[in-house]
Ligand binder design. Structure first.
Ligand SMILES: CC(=O)SCCNC(=O)CCNC(=O)[C@H](O)C(C)(C)COP(=O)(O)OP(=O)(O)OC[C@H]1O[C@@H](n2cnc3c(N)ncnc32)[C@H](O)[C@@H]1OP(=O)(O)O
Ligand SMILES: O=C([O-])CC(=O)C(=O)O
Length: 390
């Protein structure tokens, strides 16, 4: 088959049993469990173990995994020093990519992927899974303090994943309601079949690169505004509209100029993303419980969604996961440039699950191309090419 399909639309890149999307029905499931059930009943730690190991864990299995995550929250002094030398104005996604890559300088063992004898008695894949998953939120929260010139808040082992994130981020005792909201957000963002960043995971994994390099490639890919980076742009867009009554004319002007509406559209979904429905409900719940009214920004978001359904609905373009998440994070006093890093913290579970699946049945990714350049031709000496030179 030599047909070129831009963006590899519809081209299977792997076989996977990790997650499933039905884009016509608006259905997403991790290992066969619907995202609605997981958001309602699970925790991020449990959802992560489900993704990694293939089924819902027993209470004992979850307790062991949870304990391993809690005991792996400390970051080496040298990495903290390295972070202190990064410019505070830099984007946290660039910091995160650098911090994860730097783990490779301190934790050797990549030879375990090619030489079983080198690591006898060590479950390298599991050890790396825990080390990386536990440290991702620590990097994000440390950076929030380091970039302001303060010392990071030390991690606590008596707190769950989401609670410890909030504690390290704010330095305060975590609010149980906010911790549960964050926990649900982490569950919702943890995995999504072969999206662009997970495809980067697969390609990098397939070379048997270290898991730190794999995560770093995935983080870099998630950062783009057509992917996870879109969540940062949604708030600006809503604030630019300003009033619900302006949504329709604002949309028309953008579409006339063929500009993107951030947080809308999806390669797989032809209906509204099921995660956007859950996030929208969480926003409303948050506003009812904490503010007693629906904010102007949310009214604008709802008005834009309604206007977009008329104009873009026929193309199957509806809100995706990035549309409502920023409204929620903003109400939790999380700065806009930390929205995508939080996405990355959660998606690490999915990336690691795909890393493990790829290693289990590996063949290096090496696609082909449709060549559109010159045919092979004779070399032209410089003297025949014109120009004065020096
Ligand atoms: C976590 C995530 O990654 S979720 C996605 C986050 N990204 C965004 O929110 C950015 C905005 N959305 C987009 O850019 C796109 O919808 C993507 C990148 C998500 C998907 O892209 P593709 O699958 O390649 O869709 P494609 O660009 O072919 O769109 C199909 C049609 O819908 C239109 N369309 C798709 N998304 C949008 C949008 N957000 N705003 C306006 N029009 C859109 C396209 O213009 C195109 O119209 P046409 O057929 O008349 O030319
Ligand atoms: O699946 C995609 O292409 C993008 C997405 O929604 C995700 O990665 O969560």
């Amino acid at each position: 088959m030599n047909e070129y399909l831009p963006g590899l639309e519809g081209v299977p890149a792997t076989r996977s049993n990790i997650s499933f999307i039905d884009g016509e029905q608006g259905l997403l499931a991790y290992r066969g469990y619907s995202i609605e059930d997981l958001a309602e009943n699970s925790t991020f730690e449990e959802a992560a173990l489900l993704l990694l190991d293939g089924d819902l864990p027993t209470a004992d299995e979850l307790a062991v995994f949870d304990d391993q995550l809690r005991r792996n929250r400390r970051v080496k002094f040298n990495i903290r020093e390295m972070m202190k030398h990064l410019p505070p104005s830099g984007h946290p996604m660039d910091m995160l990519q650098s911090a994860v890559a730097s783990l490779g300088m301190f934790y050797a063992g990549r030879e375990c992927l090619t030489d079983a004898d080198a690591c006898e008695g060590l479950d390298y894949v599991h050890e790396m899974t825990v080390k990386i998953l536990a440290r991702m939120p620590v990097f994000v929260t440390m950076w929030e303090h380091i970039r302001k010139g303060y010392d990071p808040v030390p991690p606590r082992t008596d707190l769950g994943f989401a609670e410890n994130f909030l504690h390290m981020f704010t330095g305060e005792e975590p609010d149980p309601f906010l911790a549960r909201i964050l926990d649900v957000c982490l569950i919702l963002h943890a995995e999504h079949t072969i999206n662009a960043s997970t495809f980067a995971t697969l390609v990098t994994s397939s070379t048997l690169a270290s898991p730190y390099a794999v995560m770093s490639a995935s983080i870099g890919t998630l950062a783009g505004p057509l992917h996870g980076g879109a969540n940062e742009r949604v708030l600006d867009m809503l604030d630019d509209i300003g009033e619900p009554s302006r949504a329709r004319t604002w949309l028309d002007r953008k579409l006339e100029r063929k500009e993107k509406i951030w947080g809308m559209g999806h390669r797989e979904y032809k209906v509204k993303d099921p995660r956007a429905n859950i996030l929208q409900r969480l926003v409303m719940e948050f506003m009812e419980r904490r503010q007693g009214h629906v904010s102007k920004r949310m009214e604008v978001a709802l008005a834009l969604e309604e206007a977009a359904a008329e104009r873009l609905g026929p193309k199957g373009v509806y809100p995706n996961v990035d549309y409502y998440s920023g409204i929620l994070y903003d109400m939790m006093d999380i700065p806009v440039d930390q929205f995508t890093p939080i996405f990355a913290v959660s998606r690490t579970a999915g990336w690691l699950a795909h890393w493990r699946e790829q290693l289990g049945d590996n063949r290096i990714f090496r696609p082909t191309q449709v060549y559109t350049g010159e045919p092979v031709r004779p070399y032209r000496p410089m003297a025949e090419r014109g120009g004065q030179g020096e």
